[in-house]
Design a binder for this molecule. Structure first.
Ligand code: MEV
Length: 431
């Protein structure tokens, strides 16, 4: 099997990231972090060569290489476990975005996506951010919110009653979750609101789900707590389910890019910065533009979620609802020109991702994807995902604010169209 050392004709072995990893005293996470995610010319390699480079950098096992490199790693048995009525699997390209520097660490970002230009866009955005030191990221604690809806049967002082029982209800929710509590998680807070139109009290139960996305834990706890509510309040029970608007589980990323990073023979960097800021303002004041802007951000986010087996529909729902939190749909990221004329970008969004449980644990390619990133914990993964969304937005705005999206985007898209035409003409000549 190839190693990074024997792709000599096309790679300069002295370039960062392409030297053979020293695995004597490091695990995959350290190895990737010590080397570089700057892989010039990576996109010019063959698919096999690229996998060889990534496998070398991330110290992937032969099994990981097999699952990533053999198309359709999800076997029928697993597919049947994941869903009902399975009849097969649906394959999608898996790529690796380069150039990411997140809190000073190099990260290779696996992305499963069908749209051309997404990988190139993310890598380009990360390259621009790298010129200003990369992304600085952070995350809140992994606190999920569960909703328990109650219908009041008669007037009562529900505020007083719930306040008096709050700690007992939290303790009741935690019953049977000793392992989660031993890891520092568990139900930790509770509040409630009243919906007068329905005479309905909605309890919010806050649960630290640690390394898990946590939907099952949250729903289980909500159902359990609901069983004793009629003993406390005169009520019927409504829904008991998590909310995907995970306001207490946020991740954020920011970057500062020197205006000179945008210099090109055709454009002055400082003008591009001006135009990127205006593009942000356009999205701020125009919901149609905000929608497309945020679609571009999700171009970066969803593929990482898919590659790591996370629930991208949950994140999509939460993020779009978050975009409306001030009463109007707004751009998720903020881009501003600094006093020195450089560009500052930032984004904070709900990001409930897990690295244990469910598909993440069972899907062999999801596992390999996590290893490519150096086996991040859930909080680090959330931060990498947000950084990728910000990178994607940056690269789209840079193109839109200068030469336009069609040159780069459509250049890659044209490759697809050419191939499609070739396939179609081959198919018709076979008929
Ligand atoms: C295309 O998939 C995404 C963009 O439309 C995003 C944007 O307009 O910001 C290029």
């Amino acid at each position: 099997m190839d190693t990074p050392d024997n792709i000599p004709t096309r790679l300069d072995d002295t370039r960062p990231g392409l030297t053979k990893p020293d695995t004597r005293h490091t695990g995959p996470a350290d190895t990737v972090a010590r080397l570089s995610s700057r892989l010039p010319g990576f996109y010019e390699l063959s698919i096999r060569e690229r996998l060889t480079v990534v496998a070398g950098l991330a110290c992937l096992s032969e099994t990981d290489r097999f699952h990533i490199g053999h198309f359709g790693s999800l076997n029928g048995e697993l597919a049947d476990v994941f869903i009902e009525n399975a009849v097969g699997t649906f394959s999608m390209p898996l790529g690796v975005a380069t150039n990411f520097l997140v809190n000073g660490k190099n990260v290779l970002v696996p992305m499963a996506v069908e749209e051309s230009s997404v990988l190139a866009g993310a890598s380009h955005g990360a390259k621009l951010a790298r010129m200003g030191g990369g992304f600085k990221t952070s995350a809140t604690l992994p606190i999920m919110t569960g909703q328990i809806q109650l219908f009041l049967k008669s007037q009562c002082d529900f505020d007083g009653i719930l306040a008096a029982h709050k700690q007992d209800l939290i303790a009741f929710a935690n019953h049977g979750h000793d392992r989660l509590i031993a890891r520092g998680g568990g139900a930790c807070d509770m509040d409630w609101r009243y919906i007068p139109e329905m005479r309905s009290v909605v309890i919010h139960l806050y649960i630290d789900t640690r390394e898990a996305m946590g939907a099952n834990i949250v729903n289980t706890m909500c159902e359990r707590v609901s069983t004793i509510m009629p003993e406390i309040l005169p009520c019927d029970i409504g829904l008991r389910i998590l909310t995907n608007l995970t306001e207490r589980r946020l991740a954020s990323a920011e970057c500062l890019i020197p205006a000179s990073a945008f210099d090109s023979p055709e454009y002055k960097g400082k003008d591009v910065v001006d135009r990127i800021e205006k593009a942000y303002l356009f999205a701020k004041y125009d919901v149609h533009r905000a929608t497309t802007n945020n679609k571009g951000i999700m171009n970066g986010i969803d593929p990482v979620l898919i590659a790591t087996g996370n629930d991208w529909r949950a994140i999509e729902a939460g993020v779009h609802s978050w975009a409306c939190r001030d009463g109007r749909y707004s751009p998720l990221a903020v881009w501003r020109k600094t006093l020195h004329g450089d560009l500052h970008g930032s984004m904070e969004i709900p990001m409930a991702v897990g690295v244990v449980g469910g598909v993440t644990k069972l899907h062999p390619t999801a596992q390999a994807s996590l290893r490519i990133m150096g086996n991040p914990d859930a909080s680090t993964l959330a931060q990498i995902v947000v950084a990728t969304g910000l990178a994607q937005n940056l690269s789209a705005l840079r193109a839109l604010a200068s030469e336009g999206i069609q040159r780069g985007h459509m250049g890659l898209h044209r490759k697809n169209l050419d191939m499609l035409e070739e396939w179609a003409s081959r198919a018709s000549s076979n008929n």
